[in-house]
Design a protein around this ligand. Structure first.
Ligand SMILES: [Zn+2]
Length: 91
């Protein structure tokens, strides 16, 4: 569930990501568009191991933003490795 940096498989300008955010807006996870992850539902499946984890996250207000790589780098990446201090999934 941690942020991972994968080697780019396509030009940066063509990369797209689903960024997972806690209710407070802190980003905690990332799924990159690929042949394995083509839809937001795929991204949820990639981020959570089980349906019950996924349901728990949704109930806790976790949401997803679909962004291009430039937006991710600018708006989310700097906060990706900082721990959420607002309760995260606990709320
Ligand atoms: Zn937070």
């Amino acid at each position: 569930m941690s942020a991972r940096t994968l080697p780019p498989r396509r030009p940066q300008s063509e990369r797209r990501h689903w960024v997972f955010l806690y209710r407070c807006g802190c980003p905690f996870g990332l799924v990159e568009l690929s042949k394995f992850y083509k839809t937001e539902d795929d991204a949820w499946d990639g981020m959570f191991d089980t349906r019950s984890e996924e349901r728990r996250a949704r109930a806790a207000g976790v949401r997803v933003e679909y962004v291009d790589h430039a937006t991710y780098s600018r708006d989310f990446y700097p906060r990706m490795t900082q721990d959420c201090t607002h309760g995260g999934m606990q709320q």
